[in-house]
Write a protein that binds this ligand. Structure first.
Ligand SMILES: *Cc1c(COP(=O)(O)O)cnc(C)c1O
Length: 364
């Protein structure tokens, strides 16, 4: 008998690389290329480190209230955490205790199965169709809960609110989690459905559309009763998840609706322009409603393109996984960054296309 038999072993999630070099064009973790709202910078300059000796508000009231106000909700319907990863992990721990498997798509955010494994939650991955669309009819089976990313990752494909509503209505007896990390780039949010469905949890984040991945803020919106259960688990683990600067800076971000609209609209415009350009040089892309494109090239294998771009200082995301190994997920950066990317891709297509087969075949 050794202590090692008692270890809670788990295969961890592997986040996208965070390079130390500053000259990298970083399009691999769906961060926003624009700075946070100006009020965030101003508040940071005003901040007095003397306050750091005091614990933060365990209820994170100021941030909860700012979010509730901005969505037209009551404070009791909002829960905040250290990025939506923290919020989602807490949701898995709180609500998924059934012997029946929880359900989520086979192609989706690759943290869901990690949390399920960590907490020993049985799960089943429901295949998306050939075009990466979620097959909602395949979820009509006994289950212990459902998790849907909408828009989905890494495909970017969004499902309309009407379809989500019908889906949630079909699964009233289990918790349905809708992860809306990318909803601000053209998706339709389910948040106003939380007043109608007390089994729905909508999760959003400051990391993508609010340019604050480094601050770690995520939140869940749901019926009061669900939020109370989540808070019980949070207070059973760590009372002070949200630090003082984060609370203050988060509030500033929420208050600046105009800046938020402006930056997300810029990303959407760049995405649509990029999609057309990529299609012009031989890529096919999904109809992404997120701040990334999910692209496959007709000639160059994604693994080759990924490595060659990396050599040129451009990082995108690539998974050597069934069904998606010929695709890259490319975060939408500034227009200037995108122009550099397209230029680099054209070079690679020219070079790989000419001395062709040998290099690419072994990657296929
Ligand atoms: C990025 C992402 C998250 C996590 O974001 P946080 O930085 O932890 O808020 C959650 N879900 C999906 C689908 C994501 O892409």
């Amino acid at each position: 008998m050794s202590w090692e038999e008692n270890v809670r072993r788990v295969e961890p999630y592997v986040p996208g690389e965070q390079p130390k070099r500053k000259d990298i064009i970083k399009l691999n973790t769906n961060e926003c290329p624009y700075p946070p709202a100006p009020g965030v910078t101003a508040a940071l300059e005003r901040m007095d480190p003397a306050s750091f000796r005091l614990y933060p508000d365990p209820d994170a009231k100021m941030l909860v209230h700012a979010l509730a106000e901005s969505y037209g909700l009551r404070d009791e319907q909002v829960f905040v955490g250290v990025g939506s990863d923290d919020v989602l992990a807490m949701i898995f721990l709180t609500f998924f205790q059934s012997e029946k498997p929880i359900l989520f798509p086979d192609i989706t955010y690759s943290f869901y199965d990690v949390w399920a494994n960590l907490y020993r939650i049985p799960y089943e991955q429901i295949p998306v169709d050939e075009e990466f669309r979620i097959r909602f009819e395949d979820y009509r089976k006994e289950n212990g809960g459902i998790v849907i990313a909408n828009p989905n990752a890494p495909t970017g494909i969004a499902v309309g609110k009407k379809q989500m509503k019908d889906f949630i209505a079909e699964h009233r007896d289990v918790i349905v989690v809708v992860d809306e990390a990318y909803v601000d780039f053209g998706g339709e949010s389910c948040v106003d459905l939380i007043n109608e469905f007390d089994n729905l949890i909508v999760v959003q984040t400051f990391s993508k559309s609010r340019s604050m991945a480094g601050m770690r803020i995520g939140y869940a919106m749901a019926d009061e009763k669900l939020i109370r259960y989540l808070l019980d688990v949070k207070f059973a683990m760590n009372s002070y998840t949200m630090n003082r600067p984060t609370l203050e800076l988060g509030v500033e971000s929420v208050r600046d609706e105009a800046y938020f609209k402006e930056t997300t609209a810029k990303i959407v415009a760049t995405r649509e322009r990029m999609k057309t350009e990529l299609e012009g040089i031989g890529f096919t892309c999904t109809d992404s409603k997120a701040n990334f494109l999910f692209a496959a090239h007709e000639k160059i294998p994604a693994a080759v393109m990924f490595e060659r771009l990396k050599e040129k200082g451009i990082y995108v995301r690539y998974w050597n996984k069934p069904r998606i190994q010929n695709r890259m997920r490319i975060t939408i950066g500034t227009d200037e960054q995108m122009d550099v990317l397209v230029k680099a891709m054209k070079e690679i297509i020219g070079e790989e296309g000419s001395f062709d087969a040998k290099v690419s075949v072994e990657w296929r």
